[in-house]
Design a protein. Structure first.
Length: 100
């Protein structure tokens, strides 16, 4: 065929399911943080040895980086199985699918 076949459509954005929350007691602390019990009140507080920060509120781990978006197909991409071939007599490109 002398007509270029249509490129495949771009893939749809992936669907990301939200994870169910993990109870605070079951999740681990971010790096550098530890549980400490206040001797006068008996309450747990959190201390970061690296920054020397303390908090009564449980520190929240930083969110994981988002996955990169899938690459868009090249505007010159041919559908699977198709190839462009140059006609030696005319110098024009024609398109051929050897499986059909």
């Amino acid at each position: 065929s002398w007509e270029r076949p249509a490129a495949p459509p771009a893939p749809a954005a992936p669907v990301v399911a939200k994870a169910a929350p993990i109870p605070a007691a079951a999740s681990s602390l971010p790096a550098g943080w530890e549980n400490v019990v206040d001797p006068s009140s008996g309450k747990t507080y959190y201390h970061n040895r690296t920054t020397n920060e303390s908090s009564w509120e449980r520190p929240v781990p930083a969110p994981a980086p988002a996955a990169p978006a899938p690459a868009a197909p090249s505007p010159n991409a041919l559908p699977a199985g198709w190839e462009g071939v140059v006609d030696p007599s005319s110098g024009k490109t024609y398109y051929h699918n050897p499986t059909t």
